[in-house]
Design a protein. Structure first.
Length: 107
């Protein structure tokens, strides 16, 4: 979550990959919330949303594979809360990634 965003409502996603798959450092992680893509580095990012149910899809582009390591989840975001998710890239780009979360942060 960004500084000064005390009453934020949204989704926070952190991307992770194994050091054995170091070439992913040269790729960009794509987090789609309800079909709207947010591309960036493999770090935690906050995406503001409205309260309610949202579909989150995470993937990365890799040498001719536009949606490598896909993973999806539907989350419910309460008003004034942040749902935190962690994405783990697969060992090989053709595999499926893991996207897990935890309960929203308390207000």
């Amino acid at each position: 979550m960004s500084d000064g965003d005390d009453a934020a409502t949204g989704i926070s996603v952190a991307g992770h990959f194994s050091v054995l798959n170091w070439t992913l450092v040269f790729t960009r992680l794509t987090v789609e919330v309800d079909g709207e893509p947010h591309r960036g580095r493999w770090r935690r990012r906050f995406i503001p949303t409205t309260p309610g149910e949202h579909r989150v899809d995470v993937s990365f582009g890799y040498v001719g594979i536009p949606y490598a390591g896909e993973a999806s989840v539907v989350v419910r975001v309460p008003e004034g809360r942040v749902v935190r998710l962690a994405y783990r890239a697969p060992g090989v780009p053709t595999g499926t990634g893991r996207l897990v979360g935890r309960s929203p942060d308390p207000t």
